[in-house]
Ligand binder design. Sequence first.
Ligand SMILES: Cc1ncc(COP(=O)(O)OP(=O)(O)O)c(N)n1
Ligand SMILES: Cc1ncsc1CCOP(=O)(O)O
Ligand SMILES: [Mg+2]
Length: 560
Amino acid sequence: MGHYDRSQILPSSLFFPKNCSPLSATQVSSKGFGQSRVLGYLFANSTIHQVPCIVAMQEDNTKLRIPHVLTVAGSDSGAGAGIQADLKACAARGVYCSTVITAVTAQNTIGVQGVNMVPEDFVAEQLKSVLSDMNVDIVKTGMLPSIGIVKVLHHCLKQFPVRALVVDPVMVSTSGDVLAGPSILAGFREDLFPMADIVTPNLKEASALLGGVQLETVDDMRSAAKSIHDMGPRNVLVKGGDLASSLDAVDIFFDGDNFYELRSPRVRTRNTHGTGCTLASCIAAELAKGSLMLSAVKVAKRYVGSALDYSKDIAIGNGLQGPFDHLLKLKSNVHNSCRPQVFDPSDLFLYAVTDSGMNKKWGRSITDAVKAAIEGGATIVQLREKEAETRDFLESAKACVEICRAYGVPLLINDRIDIALACDADGVHVGQSDTPASIARTLLGPEKIIGVSCKTPEQAHQAWVDGADYIGCGGVYSTNTKANNITVGLEGLKAVCLSSKLPVVAIGGIGVSNARAVMEIGVAALKGVAVVSAFFDRESVLNETRKLHALLKETTSSVK
Ligand SMILES: Cc1ncc(COP(=O)(O)OP(=O)(O)O)c(N)n1
Ligand SMILES: Cc1ncsc1CCOP(=O)(O)O
Ligand SMILES: [Mg+2]
């Protein structure tokens, strides 16, 4: 994969996709459409859409690949769910989306008024057209209205394998209308699930897949995830949006070995139509960009939560369940969201926080300092340049972004959201008197990493509500690096970790002499230490980082 033929953009080939001669196009038109004008329009249309993004040339003359998701789903005339939601979700995530339509539904915010299935052989024809030509990375399925269509899809995926298959086992619309009958269950179990990389049922779908069992608690969801995993998919996400007993939106992810309870604050809104389609499309989009599955699921959950929040007051239609807005107010730009999201905030481990004064004292540039810290084993870097002029800070931040990206290490900016946006950093760290995390999230969009300094469980809870990714807790010990900073000690750190739903990194006076004692408080949420002077107020940043890296590695197996 990854190769696009430049002839696709030449005017003489406008009407003919790759590997499709004028003769074969004529044959298709006489067989299928009857009017070559229609066919020409369709091909021309798709070719025109591809030109700016798929075959764009980079400076070094190589062709730029855009990640590609194919959605195999039904059309929703109200455009809240189905193919239309998938297209919008992929567009919002910076990924190309092609479409194979399995059914056309007449629906609105009141319900589904009609369903017209696309004949199986024409679903097969659409699949072949796209899969034989367009270098699809990921296939995502939605409404598959008959077992025959499931079999057609299964056959095509064997013939044209893709990197991953995301199966959203759509059976009932949010309005309660049936979109695929019980006969589909055998198709899911026998054909699709064994080849799926993830299956994403909601509670009703999980129950139907398991013969109607009651799913009322988080424990029930875990059992369901395990039983569905036994049907063959590599991963299962059971979505608990309808779980009456939970105040949070809680989903269970199971990868065959471990369960992950993914929680986020529940957004109170009527505008939830299409959340399932959107979530699955977003997972597919993140996978297409190169994310690992758990990361893709977390990003997708965050994206849906943000979109619901942004759209909670919009009013479209008169029914009980309105659509939400995938695109309008999300501030993430397409360039950012095209980048694979490889960092999982719970991977915090050895966090290097720079200090311009210290680096100046030792005669090194900030870029040399960052490079040395990464080579010594730092897994995340923060630029904390309190005295720098804005213009200088921005220039060095840009240089550090390049270094960090080359090493695959995330780079965050302390306090300055403007600098983070301007240099396209991976996120920010803010304290209790800086820009609130909720505003940072609005400004930076759902993908960026946001850390918040917390000294108390209450602050930790607020950070989670505000959409932060991790907590920096400290000063654990006294420090000269931050003036007038109250020390919380190991007890304070423990209290924050015990209450926190977010991963925590300890900061303040930490170095080789005491890092072991910090990590040995033995609370699962504690995921590492953040260090300033023990790295940067020393002659060799490389040696100091290596020492602490080695020590932490042997300290506890809970630290990766
Ligand atoms: C990882 C990490 N944790 C805590 C802090 C402190 O941030 P803040 O409270 O905003 O104080 P300043 O760093 O801005 O002085 C941090 N920077 N990093
Ligand atoms: C920024 C910050 N926040 C709490 S303590 C601290 C300073 C940590 O620096 P050091 O690692 O040199 O003690
Ligand atoms: Mg701050």
